[in-house]
Design a protein around this ligand. Structure first.
Ligand code: SAM
Length: 234
């Protein structure tokens, strides 16, 4: 894992010191270990985890400035992309939210185990976090929902002037076009879609980069039953 991370981070143009590499490796080893008994991720091979979890997450650092930013990872699962952003970014203040308790427990315990005491781990549904409304500079999310629904989970949490980065498959143009109405209704504007190669793989991923340009109207987010039954579409 260590060699793959070093080579991949160099390929992304990112630097990491011994402490940062060590934290990622220990987190990854713990993930593989716990995943043998509790299903946290479909990726069971250490090398694949290094590339498809850690390097894929780290690639976000090449697309936006996270320095000193408060970041919320919505539907973080076993900690991706949030935890690598916290380890590799400069002074990133990370909050992870997930609706599955065992995943939140894993992230909390693992962050402590690798010395990341300051990560806030919240068990719950993102659309029910009214106490966190417009609190974050950046929201990130990978593999949680289609953009029209995901925007309603994430954009309410972002400050005006902040960013929402939705990690997607490379063929996400139609999904982004379908999501444009929701993004606008929630106070956002799609700035661009950026694509990148995940180091050491043939995989290309995309990030839909959304700016928060206005406050989210008070009627959003709705309950999940409504969001999923009637996504905001024009
Ligand atoms: N982001 C991680 C990754 O890419 O490895 C996990 C992706 S997993 C496919 C989707 C995660 O989103 C699950 O852990 C699920 O519990 C969480 N999730 C789905 N809807 C959610 C919601 N409304 N609020 C918080 N978490 C949610």
């Amino acid at each position: 894992m260590e060699d793959i991370l070093r080579a991949g981070l160099a390929e992304l143009g990112l630097t990491a010191d011994e402490g940062q590499i060590g934290a990622l490796v220990r987190y990854g080893e713990r993930l593989m270990e716990v995943n043998r008994i509790t299903n946290l991720t479909a990726i069971r091979d250490e090398a694949d985890a290094a590339r498809l979890h850690f390097l894929d997450s780290a690639a976000l650092l090449t697309l936006a400035d996270f320095s000193g930013k408060s970041v919320v990872d919505v539907g973080s699962g076993a900690g991706f992309p949030g935890v690598p952003l916290r380890v590799l970014g400069q002074d990133v203040e990370l909050t992870v939210i997930d609706s599955v308790g065992k995943k939140v427990d894993f992230v909390r315990d693992s962050c402590r185990a690798v010395g990341l005491e300051d990560v806030t781990c919240i068990w719950g549904r993102a659309e029910e976090m009214s106490q966190l409304r417009e609190r974050f500079d950046v929201a990130v999310s990978r593999a949680v929902a289609e953009l029209d629904m995901l925007a309603e989970l994430c954009l309410p949490l972002v400050k005006v002037g902040g960013l929402f980065l939705a990690m997607k498959k490379p063929d996400c143009d139609e999904e982004a076009a379908r999501g444009e109405f929701a993004v606008k209704a929630l106070g956002g504007r799609i700035r661009q879609i950026r694509r990148y190669a995940v180091p050491g793989t043939d995989t290309v991923h995309a990030v839909v980069m959304i700016e928060k340009v206005r406050p989210t109207p008070g009627q959003y987010p709705r309950r999940w039953a409504q969001i999923s039954k009637k996504p905001l579409r024009g």
